[in-house]
Design a protein around this ligand. Sequence first.
Ligand SMILES: Nc1ncnc2c1ncn2[C@@H]1O[C@H](COP(=O)(O)OP(=O)(O)OP(=O)(O)O)[C@@H](O)[C@H]1O
Length: 682
Amino acid sequence: MTLPSDPTTGAEPTRDLAPELTYLARVHAARNRALDTARLRVDTGATVAGDGYTAETLGRMLRGHARDLAGQPHVPPYFGRLDFLDKDDEHPGARYYVGRRHVADVDGSPLVLDWRAPVSRRFYQASADHPEGVRRRRRFGWAVRPGRPAELTGFEDEDLLVGATGAGPGRLVAEEIERPRVGPMRDIVATIQPDQDRLVRADLARSICVQGAPGTGKTAVGLHRAAYLLYTHAARLRRSGVLVLGPNPAFLRHVREVLPALGEADVTQTTLAELLARVPVRGHDAADAAMVKQNARMAEVLRRALAERIRLPEEPLMVPDGSYRWRVSVEALRRLVVEVRAEQPPYATGRERLRARVVQQVQRHAETRDTPGPAWVRRISRSRPVAALLDRVWPAVRPEELVAEVLGDPELLDRVAGDLLAPAERAAIRWPRPRTPRTAPWTEADLVLIDEAAGLLDRPTGYGHVVVDEAQDLSPMQCRAVARRAVHASLTILGDLAQGTTPWAASSWREQVAHLGKPDAAVLPLTAGFRVPGPVVTLANRLLATLGVDVPPTVPVRGSGELRIHPVVDPVAALPALVRGALDRPGSLAVIAVETAVPVLAAALQAAGLEPTGPEPTDGRLTLLAAGQVKGLEYDHVIVVEPAAIVAAEPRGARRLYVVLTRAVSRLDVMHAAPLPAGLAG
Ligand SMILES: Nc1ncnc2c1ncn2[C@@H]1O[C@H](COP(=O)(O)OP(=O)(O)OP(=O)(O)O)[C@@H](O)[C@H]1O
C-alpha cells in the first residue's frame, strides 16, 4: 500500500542516485542524533527545572519536540533541492535541500531547510524567466510505505538556465496532482505552485481574500499560510494564537491532519458555531426569522437595547464612612454618567469606569478630613450605596440576558427596532412569550446575536491571525463575529461566490470583506483547478454561467478523468450496479443525492450487499451523502444521483449542484431519470 505523503511512489531509479543516497544517510543520521538528544532532554528536563510549574512546562515542550522529531518515519525528510549559481550575491554556489522540517548537522549547519525559510521561497518561485540565482531545481521521488522509512527512488531536474525540462509542471508534480484520493486531506508542501505560494507567504500585516474556483487549493493555501505565519512570526503568533474556521465538522475532520503534518499542532481549528457556543442550541429558526437575525441591522438593534439600560441618576449618593456620611450631588453623578457614556467604552468597562469616577468624587470629600489609602478606595468601591447606584444607572447584564430581553419583550423590540426592522421582520423574531436565558429555545442564529451582545459588553480575546474558509457563506452578523476576533490581526479569507448556498451568501467580496472588518483586503483569484479533471470542469463551467455570480471559471490542471452521463429509468434500481463497478477501481467513492433521497438509496445499496457510510470518516471506501454535506470535501469518484432534484430542493440549488459536481478528483457519473437541469443539458 502507498501512503499519502509525497510525490510519486514508484518512480524509476534515476541515474546519479548514489550521491543522493549518501546525503540521505547523513540526514537520517542527523535526525537520529537530534532524536536521541531530545529524548535525553526529556529524561533530564524535569530534574534541572527549578520549580514544579517550570518542570512541567519544560517537560511538555521537550516531549513535544521529541515526538515531532520521531515524527512519522514514512514521511520523506525533504522533497527538493536548490543549486545556486556561483555568481549569486546571497548564496554563491550554495546547495540547499528543502523539506518539511529543518534538520541540522552536528556542527549546526543546515542539512535540510524548512520549506518556510526565506530562501526556500525560491524553490516555489524560481522559474526559467526569473531564476532568482537558482541554477537547478531538483524534485525527489519517494516510495512511501507505512511504518517504513520513505525510500528515495529518483529525482527530476529543472535546469533554469536553459528552461524547464519539459512543458507543464513536470512528471513528479503531475503524478502528485493526478494521484487518486483516499483518506483525509494532506499537505501540498512539495508541490505548492507559484501563485499559491505568493498567497501563502503574503505579509502578516495584510488581509487577503482568495476567490478561488473549486479545487484551486484555497483550503490548502489557507492551512499552509497558517503554518508559514507561525514559523515566520513565531514569537508573536504563538502567544496570540492562530484560528482556522471551517464550515462544518466533516470539513474539519477532512483537513485536521494537514497542520500537524507541518509541525503545527497548536492551531485552533473549529467551526464558527462551535466557537460561539455559549449556550446550548435547542431551537430552530424559521427561514424568515433566521434571515432577520443574520442581518447586520440586528447589531444596531442590540446596541440600542443595551444603551437603553444606562439611565441618568435621579437622586444624590450618600456613602457612610465611619462617623462621616459623604454626599455626591445628583448633578455631579449625571455629569459622570454622561461623560463615561460619551467615551463609548465596552459596556462592562463603562460600568467599572463609572464606579471608579464615583469613588473619586467621594474621595475628594474625604480628603478634606484625611488621606484615604487603597483599602479605603476598595471598601467604598464595593460599598452598598455605590453598588446600588451602579445597578440603577449602569446595571450589569449578561449577553444572553440582553438577547432574551430583545426577543422576549415586544415593546422593547418595537422601541429599539421600530425604524430598523419592518413589522413583519419584528414579528418573525419575536418570542411568543418572555423566556429566561436558561429556558430559552436558543437557535444557531441566536448564538451570533449573543456573541454580538458579548462584543458590546467586553472586547473578546482576539487571535494573531484568523483563516476563514468558505467565507462566502457567512452572514453579515457571522462576519462581525469573525471580525471581533481579528480587530488587531489580519485575516485570510477563502471562498468562492459561485459556491454560496446559504440564504445570506455574499454576492460581492467587497461587501463581504467590509463585514469582516477588512474593507481594504485585496481580492485575489485562484483559477488553476487541481482537483477536478478537464471533462468535469467543462461541465461545471457550463453550470457556472447560470449561477448569477461574476467569478473567473476554473482552468483545469488535470487532463485525465472521466465524465459519464447515465439516463436511466429508475436511479434507485440502477445505482447498486454502478457502485459495484466503481468499487473495482482504487480511491474513495461518494454517492451524492438530494437529502430526501438518501434513506431510499441507502436501503437499495444495503439490499445489494453494499455498506455505505455517512459523513463520519471510516475505513470504508463508499460514502453516501446528502448534497448539503459535501462542501469543501473531495472524493476520487463521485456518483451524482438525479441532479434536477438537487437543484429543485433549495433556493440556491443550482449552486449546490455546482458544489456537488466539483467534488470529483478522477471520475464523475451523473445518473438521472428527470431531464438534466439547465446548463448541464446540451
Ligand atoms: N499545488 C498543489 N499540488 C498538489 N495538489 C494540490 C495543489 N493545490 C491543491 N491541490 C489539491 O487539490 C485539491 C483541492 O484543494 P482544496 O480543497 O484546497 O481546494 P479548494 O479551492 O478549497 O476547493 P473547494 O472550493 O472545492 O473547497 C486537494 O486535494 C489539494 O490537495
